[in-house]
Design a protein around this ligand. Structure first.
Ligand code: PGA
Length: 240
């Protein structure tokens, strides 16, 4: 794993967006997995601009959403679905068959997990995963204590995620579970980039980079990825 430090969030986001665009240019049938959230929003917006202005062929691209809140409607602006729809799927004009998102409203969440795992297998595995990091060190909804051997699964969300998660919603929202790709998907991805910005992420980034690999802080698993990168701005790197 390598750590890369950037001046600020815009510079970090532009670099990641450029990297995604170059990958898609080199491999039009790229399997791209991204997180939603505050951190990757600018990356998504810059990627859309780059793809449009570069006339990059995205007709064979497959997009996979990292996770979703269970029980939250896709039309709720706090859902991951809404984020992906508005930041990537609609602006890029991705076809339905190119997009693979968890249905957090499904009555059979285990079947949703199985479908996602089979889709990723059928497509030949994830080329690039771009994830954020939670204040508790989670990646997706791989919460503290999670087994690194899991693929897609339903997670009980921990207190930090439940509290911090309210920031995505217009009004107080009852959150309890999430559905997510597993750390095994992260480790199996041909490349993994974890991004973080801002002072508030400095402590958790220090832990992710410096502490012994342990499921108490799921993001430490990045240390074991042979093609893994932690990309942060100066503020998030300030305790390294
Ligand atoms: P954020 O979320 O980008 O909104 O800070 C990070 C995460 O919880 O993965």
């Amino acid at each position: 794993m390598q750590v890369k430090i950037f001046e600020d969030h815009p510079e970090l986001s532009a670099t990641v967006a450029r990297e995604i665009q170059e990958l898609v240019q080199a491999k039009p049938n790229t399997i791209l997995c991204m997180a939603s959230g505050e951190t990757p929003r600018l990356t998504c917006q810059l990627l859309v601009q780059m793809i449009r202005s570069g006339k990059t062929d995205i007709s064979q691209l497959h997009f996979i959403g990292l996770d979703e809140w269970v029980g939250i409607e896709p039309g709720n602006s706090g859902s991951c679905h809404y984020f992906f729809q508005h930041e990537l799927i609609t602006p890029l004009g991705l076809r339905e068959d190119q997009v693979h998102l968890f249905d957090g409203m499904s009555t059979d969440l285990q079947a949703e997990c199985k479908k996602m795992d089979e889709t990723i297998d059928r497509l030949g595995g994830i080329d690039l995963i771009v994830a954020g990091i939670g204040m508790n060190g989670h990646i997706g909804f791989n919460e503290p204590g999670i087994s690194p051997d899991l693929y897609s699964h339903v997670a009980q969300l921990d207190e930090t995620t439940l509290t911090v998660g309210q920031k995505y919603f217009d009004s107080p929202t009852r959150l309890q579970e999430g559905i997510t790709l597993g750390l095994k998907h992260l480790l199996n991805a041909r490349k993994a980039i974890l991004i973080a910005n801002g002072k508030k992420k400095a402590e958790v980034i220090r832990s992710a980079v410096r502490e012994t690999v342990s499921n108490h802080l799921p993001a430490t698993i990045m240390q074991t990825h042979s093609n893994g990168f932690i990309m942060v701005d100066k503020e998030a790197a300030s305790l390294l």
